[in-house]
Design a protein around this ligand. Sequence first.
Ligand code: CTP
Ligand code: MG
Length: 231
Amino acid sequence: MAHFHALIPAAGSGLRAGEAMPKQYRPLNGKPMLWHAIQPFARHPGIHRIHVVLNPGDARFDEVDWAGLESRIEVLRCGGDSRAQSVLNGLRAIAGCAPNDMVLVHDAARPCLTAGDIDRLIAEVGEDEAGGLLAEPLADTLKRADAHGRILKTEPREHLWRAQTPQMFRHSVLLRALTADDTLEGITDEASAVERLGLHPRLVRCAATNLKVTYPEDFRLAETILASRAQ
Ligand code: CTP
Ligand code: MG
């Protein structure tokens, strides 16, 4: 039977977040964001190993207190110059992962994932050849703007989803998808690479609380969500 591995790209510099340190190390309620992103996988009995892709020059990971989570964490110091390149380098560097194993790729910048979200992704996608991802159906009305910030038209929102992570694929399929083309340009998530193979990954509904911390104001929202669960 296939194992389920987590692969966490954490080699970014977090420019848009405007912090002095890369955002994945910014504390949220006392623990670095990366700790929160790893925690639901480290505590999940269905996850075999957690592979964390770091910038080769990263000096912060080893400073973090990983007590209680460390037993299944593997560090890969092979981050690239884009998210997709970091994921590809990580896939190539993973030890002990069979071609048939499933890999759940999860942003270090999504600290509010729950064990229940992981359960649903694994239950609904399983070992599907095309894989699948957590996503949220669009709730807002969509407006297309002109160059002056005025509405050109209202776009239909039927069948539109916002892609989140984790995104889960067979190791061999994701590796093939990320190497199928000469360039990784325009590949902003794993599903878009797999779509290039002509496959149709499954969308698994997830809550809006699985937010990605991108801008300065997002840290407080993530802290509020995490604090509400701690009670
Ligand atoms: N990431 C990575 N390697 C890169 C760029 C990004 O591993 N070369 C990771 C980030 O660490 C993050 C995830 O990919 O966990 C999502 O990327 P994003 O939110 O864009 O983070 P950053 O690239 O760090 O932020 P920014 O784009 O604002 O600089
Ligand atoms: Mg980025």
